[in-house]
Design a protein. Structure first.
Length: 309
């Protein structure tokens, strides 16, 4: 397949490189020092599943430079979603199917608001990967799972084609008939992991070992489950407890991209994580005091490290 990957960070860089290694024609859209490093030496991925390196010719600086494309993977930070959707709509790939592997529960709604409903596949990924330095992505564990699903019946056949392409590349991929529920399931976990590792400024091992921070982890997830159920998503009442048990199985050193961005002084996706839970809870009349506290604590860092620190 001819695949365009918008965003060559941990998620886009890893999955794009894995798909390229399987013989697909992959083109990354990147920027800044990362773009220049890929142009010089290709994108390097360090992974426990094997080292990967893409061609230096596999990257462009903008969506407008893309040629004919069979699939667009969107892997940018959430604040760039609207801009990417607008650029896709006015580009040469305006009719290509789109699969977002971003965080959050609103990203597909944003894309579907600017592209056609049948054009957008629902998707979610489970992976720990980040940019180690310009041109280099570090994949932290063997986990590299993707779940996708169609929002409209007309997308189902193409979804199966994408599934086959991912599996042929050695990616753990599957489909779901209720992709919205799967996206919310990941969101519950992600909000909990992000909120606690960022506010405590420690990996999950420290968070889950302390009685009070463990309770915070549970409560943040429980509030997110309540918001999901109020939104009409079918999640079990005990889902937060199940996710807390799942957190006990994670490597103690595991952290979140929100924590990494906070430590590095980068802009945060907080308004789409705990902040997004608070906003939706307010509209639905559901209490979310723990997520509100997290949002308030991290508010000074949303746009990056505050001036003077």
């Amino acid at each position: 397949m001819r695949i365009a990957v918008i965003g060559a960070g941990g998620v886009g860089g890893y999955f794009g490189a894995r798909l390229a290694a399987a013989g697909n024609e992959v083109t990354f859209v990147a920027r800044g020092r990362h773009l220049e490093a890929i142009r010089t030496s290709g994108l390097v991925v360090h992974s426990p599943l094997g080292e990967l390196r893409t061609s230096p010719r596999s990257v462009v600086s903008s969506i407008s430079e893309l040629g004919p494309t069979d699939l667009v993977l969107v892997a940018v930070k959430l604040w760039d979603t609207e801009a990417v959707a607008e650029q896709l709509r006015s580009s040469a790939v305006s009719e290509a199917p789109v699969l977002s592997l971003q965080n959050g529960v609103d990203k597909d709604a944003v894309l579907r608001g600017r592209l056609t409903d049948e054009q957008v596949l629902g998707g979610v990924c489970f992976i720990s990967a980040f940019i180690e330095e310009p041109g280099v992505v570090r994949h932290n564990s063997p986990l590299q799972r993707v779940v996708l699903g169609a929002y409209r019946p007309g997308s189902t056949a193409f979804g199966r084609t994408v599934l086959t392409t991912f599996r042929d590349a050695g990616i753990d991929a599957e489909t779901s008939d209720d992709i919205e529920r799967v996206i919310w399931e990941k969101f519950v976990f992600l909000v909990g992991l992000s909120a606690t590792t960022a506010t405590v400024r420690q990996p999950i091992g420290v968070v889950r070992a302390n009685e009070q921070s463990r309770r915070l982890l549970h409560d943040v997830m429980a509030e997110t489950v309540a918001v999901a159920k109020a939104s009409g998503v079918r999640l079990d009442s005990g889902f937060a407890e199940a996710q807390l048990d799942f957190c006990d199985t994670l490597p103690a050193a595991m952290t979140s991209s929100l924590h990494n961005d906070l430590e590095n002084g980068n802009r945060l996706e907080l308004p789409w994580l705990s902040g997004g839970v608070v906003d939706l809870a307010g509209r639905l009349g559901v209490p979310a005091p723990r997520n509100r506290t997290v949002t308030d604590i991290l508010a000074p860092y949303v746009l990056g490290r505050p001036t003077g620190t």
